[in-house]
Design a protein around this ligand. Structure first.
Ligand code: GLN
Length: 380
């Protein structure tokens, strides 16, 4: 394997999902729903296939989807963007992240990450030759240490990678935190790459896109996808929204990474994004119930559960159960209890920082969540 990927192992999600199957454990690890996406979106995909929309799509997206993304972004943020010049459709948000890094970062540029962070960020930055600087968000609040951020920014800082609502903690960056990030970026001429794939799963406060803050649109790449919002994580449809001078870089990388994304799924994605507001309200309502079952169950089982405002994840402190670290705890949980969680140490530059914390997901049907909770209450 190439040197730039040497330190990265099989992704923790793949590892844990394989163990779930091997041990017949209930999988509250990898974040994918065990229920299906909406019928009207599936029907639109079948229709597109039957209508012969099966050859390469336009590289940066089928016009209808670029338009639907712009329309949705306007509803969500109030910003009007040009679907032709400022929206790029990608194969999931993971490709949007890769295309953004590879298209806009030079080797040696510094990029700031907030730890714990989603595992693809560091690996992709490594492929781009970036220098990674980590700032740790600490429990219980996972608040942004503003002074640390200030002193981490140097003349070599090219970008800050933001993720709100935040995987794995469920933290949502507050208006105050975003204001500080924005003013530091403007002052120091730094870009923001903002992964907002959990924006529709915001339970305790309203989601804020940093691109909508004064002076920020011109320096922000906002990324999102279909997977979480429509329970279709296997479709891998994502997009990046950015002003033309940044979109150019994203599109250049995208053109030579994947060239284009699945055509019929893009037509269906456009239909999905035009869902009535009631769809999004219903989704949130369903997830609130699921979250309640999991959080209450984890507390009753004896965990300290940290507050999560968004995403379909919660972080707990596993130390009441006496295992030496997060990986040991997850192994114990799979083998002795029959439940899978995700150890968080892989989401830190310094794994020590995650050793007390594990992540559970509640993107499962209620019976599955109840069964998992029951096992933990009985066997932990
Ligand atoms: N984003 C999902 C999670 O955090 C799954 C990602 C993956 O499997 N690579 O669980």
């Amino acid at each position: 394997v190439a040197k730039r990927l040497e330190k990265f192992k099989t992704t923790i999600f793949t590892q844990m999902s394989q163990l779930a199957i091997k041990h017949g454990a209930i999988n509250l690890g990898q974040g994918f729903p065990n229920f299906d996406g909406p019928e009207f979106v599936k029907a639109a995909a079948i229709q597109a296939i039957n209508d012969g929309k099966n050859q390469y799509a336009r590289g940066y997206g089928v016009p209808d989807l670029n338009f639907a993304v712009a329309e949705r972004f306007k509803k969500d943020t109030g910003l009007s963007v040009d679907p032709e010049k400022e929206v790029t459709v990608t194969s999931g948000c993971t490709e949007a992240i890769a295309a953004t890094m590879l298209g806009l970062i030079n080797p040696g540029d510094e990029v700031i990450l907030f730890a714990p962070f989603y595992d693809s960020y560091e690996a992709t930055l490594s492929m781009a030759g970036a220098k990674v600087k980590g700032i740790t968000l600490r429990p219980p609040e996972f608040a942004l240490p503003l002074d640390e951020l200030k002193s981490a920014i140097s003349k070599n800082t090219r970008a800050i990678l933001l993720n709100t609502p935040h995987n794995p903690t469920g933290k949502m960056f507050t208006r105050e935190e975003l204001d500080v990030i924005a003013s530091l970026c403007i002052e120091n001429d730094v870009l923001v790459f903002s992964d907002e794939v959990y924006d529709k799963l915001s339970f305790e406060m309203d989601h804020i896109s940093i691109a909508s803050l004064p002076g920020m649109y011109e320096r922000t790449v906002t990324m999102n996808s279909l997977g979480k919002t429509f329970s279709l994580t296997g479709w891998k449809i994502g997009w990046a929204i950015a002003p033309p001078h940044l979109t150019w870089g994203v599109r250049q990388a995208h053109s030579y990474l994947t060239f284009a994304t699945s055509t019929p799924m893009q037509y269906a994605a456009a239909t999905a994004l035009r869902a009535p507001e009631s769809y999004f309200e219903e989704l949130k309502k369903d997830y609130k119930v699921k979250k309640g079952i999991l959080v209450e169950g984890l507390q009753e089982a004896g965990f300290k559960v940290f507050p999560s405002s968004g995403t379909y994840f919660v972080i707990v402190d596993h130390t009441p159960f006496g295992q030496k670290d997060d990986v040991a705890f997850c192994e114990y949980l799979i083998k002795e209890v029959g439940v899978v969680a995700i150890p968080t140490s892989v989401f830190y530059l310094n794994p020590e920082e995650g050793k007390n914390l594990v992540r559970f997901t509640f993107c499962k049907d209620e019976d599955t969540l109840r069964a998992a909770v029951q096992r933990m209450k009985e066997k932990l």
